[in-house]
Design a protein around this ligand. Structure first.
Ligand SMILES: Cc1cc2nc3c(=O)[nH]c(=O)nc-3n(C[C@H](O)[C@H](O)[C@H](O)COP(=O)(O)O)c2cc1C
Length: 387
């Protein structure tokens, strides 16, 4: 059976057309030095562009040095970092995908070790990861957990400086060749820690009621939208619910306010407000989602709530594992985009394989031309099994 799926139909956002609705979710690789993209990043991200993904996101990329989760995380606060990204965005574009960047600040969860190093705070004199730890910042001086240092509570002028850092990073992202920005407002990092009452105990304009706690997220988004070209889309990742008192209803309110500012897509994750990073390694190095086992598509209802209640396009993410599941989510109008993390790490050619499994008309057209003729020949020889 040959049909034209929604998953593989091109989609236009503002002035940008994506070849399909499959998105590489941001995935920290902890492989940068001085925030510079490395050969590892080039090889990693290019695999997904070759593999047929429509939109390829970088990992959380810090807008200032203090905003890195670990000393090995990417940054975009200087021109050398812009130059390091250029060959990567160029190659992704050549492969027919769109390069996208997640702009982030880790807040009180910064200055920690990579998952395979235990994910714990790095002491200032510990240079295991190429650089010692640093003083973290947050809305209030509450540590992540026992054994974590207290972050410095940000003053109002420092908050203004951070909003400007997000805008500067957006300008640099454009210079680096990115066509989509996602603001990281999830997983207990700086923006989320302003939103959640568990981590924001301020009693000034940036805290208190929902309006006050949303202020930083909205000011960052407004500042980024002001410098980001009108014809290019802006995404915002939320933790749709957390364990610190942030509710789905709050997310709907936030999404409506973000839409009014010019945010185009809400990327719906969850959790991460308390404890160590939402995704960290178990003792044997395997990544574990926070909260242990979760059912397939466990976060899809959050995307659905954004689509239906906030009237904004949403991206679903989290344990979406095969093409039919992804297609059903789109067909049912529960989300407009499908982001994949671990499944794409496991199989960077997931889109190409999903197209075959779905019986997509012209399933081989997504393959890079360097491979396509030989893959078609392989099929003719009966060396492949659909599904
Ligand atoms: C290794 C790894 C690194 C991640 N890094 C980030 C990140 O930089 N930014 C982010 O917002 N989420 C990050 N996440 C979460 C993923 O983007 C995604 O939301 C999550 O893995 C759920 O999707 P999945 O079930 O398809 O993997 C990471 C997850 C993993 C497994």
């Amino acid at each position: 059976m040959h049909f034209e799926s929604k998953l593989f139909s091109p989609v236009t956002l503002r002035g940008l057309t994506l070849r399909n609705r499959i998105v590489l979710s941001p995935l920290c690789m902890y492989s940068a030095q001085d925030g510079l993209a490395s050969d590892f990043h080039a090889s990693h991200l290019s695999a997904f562009a070759r593999g047929g993904v429509g939109l390829v996101f970088t990992e959380a990329t810090a807008v200032e040095p203090r905003g890195r989760i670990t000393p090995k995380c990417l940054g975009i606060w200087n021109d050398a970092q812009v130059e390091a990204f250029k060959p990567i965005t160029r190659f992704i574009t050549e492969m027919g995908a769109v390069p996208a960047i997640q702009l982030a600040h880790a807040g009180r969860k910064a200055s920690s070790a990579p998952p395979w190093g235990g994910g714990k705070p790095v002491a200032p004199d510990d240079t295991t990861w190429g650089e010692g730890g640093w003083q973290t910042v947050a809305p209030s001086g509450l540590p992540v957990a026992d054994g974590w240092p207290s972050p410095k509570a940000l003053g109002v002028e420092e908050i203004a400086g951070l909003i400007a850092a997000f805008a500067d990073a957006a300008k640099r992202a454009l210079a680096a060749g990115f066509k989509v920005i996602e603001i990281h407002g999830a997983h207990g990092y700086l923006i989320h820690s302003f939103l959640s009452p568990a981590t924001n105990q301020r009693n000034d304009a940036y805290g208190g009621d929902l309006e006050g706690r949303m202020r930083f997220a909205l000011e960052v988004s407004r500042a980024v939208r002001a410098v980001w070209p009108e014809e290019l889309p802006l995404f915002f990742r939320i933790s749709a619910v957390d364990t610190g008192g942030w509710s789905l209803e709050d997310s709907v309110t936030l999404a409506k306010a973000l839409k009014a500012i010019g945010v185009d897509v809400i990327d719906c994750s969850s959790g991460g407000i308390a404890g160590a990073p939402a995704f960290r390694a178990s003792d044997d190095g395997r990544p574990l989602p926070a909260g242990g086992q979760r059912p397939l598509g466990f976060q899809v209802p959050y995307a659905e709530a954004m689509e239906r209640e906030a009237g904004i396009a949403a991206m679903a993410v989290g344990r979406i594992v095969d093409g039919q599941q992804a297609e059903d989510i789109l067909q049912e109008g529960r989300a407009s985009f499908i982001a994949l993390g671990r499944e794409l790490m496991h199989d960077p050619f997931w889109p190409l394989h999903a197209a075959e499994a779905l019986g997509e008309a012209d399933a081989f057209s997504l393959w890079p031309e360097q491979y396509r003729w030989a893959i078609v020949r392989r099929a003719e020889l009966g060396q492949y099994q659909a599904g």
